[in-house]
Design a protein around this ligand. Structure first.
Ligand SMILES: *Cc1c(COP(=O)(O)O)cnc(C)c1O
Length: 396
């Protein structure tokens, strides 16, 4: 683990006010934790820009650490990974009418299908291109979100068998997504697996068997090895967040540390209010500092007057409203030894007493998925760890 005590921008880059340092060694470690717990291979889920960590660097780190494949929501996300030079198997599972199926087939993206309409469009595209599309049957086994609906399944399976017989598709996988993966003992988990097994048997009987099956998200990959089948499909746990906080951290290490450089330090007289609408008023003469991170960067405005930051090993409370670009902290009458240019840690591994992303999530009644994937584009992503060093060396 790399511990930074000072501002350390990527060589050659302009210094950034706000930096999300991504520890690729932590991600590699988390791949190992997931492989050991599930006893099987991984589809590393890197949708939504790798849950805010940067899709391509995270994808490379997971593959180097032994992940077998990648998963994303949109075909455009898969194509961006291809453009970044990543040739691993990639599955994309969320499509609209105008999804670029042609481009997906040309780039050899595995298209997970949720309806007969999607299958028909993929078959059209494959025939136009004169090649077969690699597809996954995404079965709705109870989530009632994406996936082929139960009442459409029999017709979908017939269409799929015909498409296979025509050479339009290769049926690579069958998958479903759990409703209650984070409640490992809930009977619905096993029921969903049974429904998927039945659907897989249908495909086999029609002469178009799926080559592999996958079900488990992060919480199931860590707690239900019996559902692992051929591959597991974790996202959150790769990034080091616990998918079932009540059960501990599973040995996962958070990969993202969010830091900002203290922009301004000044005095504040007793009785003065801070930030819009003066939602906090100082009871004493004190010193305050401006931190250049706001809700446009993914610091939730709902955290106003609730969060804390860590500077030089000390914790300081955030005061007043969080704004679009900045918020204010109270340094106390003696200024807490903080100077302009010091580095404030907003969240990270928790090892240093600073918050982890879940602390923010708990405070505002959400989940850490939303916090980490919400860190905005203004935060400079800086990669550390062995994989980052190897990439930089290779680019020299
Ligand atoms: C996002 C997603 C995952 C990963 O879920 P986690 O809870 O982050 O592990 C897996 N499968 C599908 C279909 C998804 O949409």
């Amino acid at each position: 683990m790399v511990v930074m005590t000072s501002h350390d921008p990527t060589p050659g880059a302009l210094p950034a006010a706000l930096t999300a340092t991504i520890d690729l060694d932590a991600i590699a470690h988390n791949v190992g934790v997931l492989r050991a717990a599930s006893g099987t291979d991984l589809i590393a889920v890197v949708k939504a820009n790798g849950y805010g960590h940067g899709a391509a660097p995270v994808a490379r780190a997971t593959l180097e650490a032994g992940a077998a494949e990648l998963g994303v929501a949109h075909i455009t996300e898969a194509l961006a990974l291809r453009d970044a030079g990543i040739d691993a198997h990639i599955t994309a599972w969320l499509h609209t009418n105008h999804a670029p199926f042609d481009a997906a087939i040309s780039a050899d993206i595995d298209i997970a299908l949720s309806s007969r309409r999607q299958l028909a469009r993929v078959v059209d595209a494959a025939q136009r291109l004169g090649r077969s599309a690699t597809v996954t049957a995404k079965v709705d086994t109870g989530l009632n979100r994406s996936g082929v609906a139960a009442d459409e399944w029999a017709d979908f399976a017939d269409d799929l068998a015909k498409a296979k017989a025509d050479g339009a598709v290769r049926v690579r996988a069958i998958m479903c997504h759990l409703v209650r993966g984070d409640e490992p003992e809930h009977p619905l988990n096993s029921q969903q697996a049974e429904r998927l097994d039945a659907a897989a048997a249908d495909l086999a009987q029609l002469g178009s068997p799926a080559e592999v099956m996958h079900i488990a998200n992060s919480p199931a990959a860590l707690t239900r090895p019996d559902l692992a089948r051929d591959l597991v499909r974790p996202g959150l746990a790769l990034y080091g967040c616990s998918p079932i906080p009540e059960r501990g951290d599973f040995g996962l290490v958070p990969a993202m540390t969010l830091r900002a450089e203290v922009a301004l330090v000044k005095t504040l007289a007793a009785g003065q209010g801070v930030s819009y609408n003066h939602h906090w008023t100082s009871e004493r003469d004190t010193m305050i500092a401006v931190i250049p991170a706001g809700y446009a960067d993914g610091v939730p405005r709902l955290l106003s007057n609730q969060m804390r930051v860590q500077i030089n090993g000390r914790s300081f409370p955030q005061v007043g409203r969080i704004c679009m670009d900045q918020f204010v902290i109270d340094l106390g009458p003696d200024g807490g030894g903080v100077a302009e240019g010091d580095i404030a840690e907003l969240f990270g591994t928790g090892a240093d007493g600073a918050p982890i992303a879940r602390e923010w999530a708990d405070q505002i009644g959400t989940i850490d998925y939303e916090i980490i994937s919400g860190i905005g584009a203004r935060a400079h992503r800086r990669y550390v760890g062995r994989a980052a060093r190897e990439t930089r060396t290779a680019q020299r």
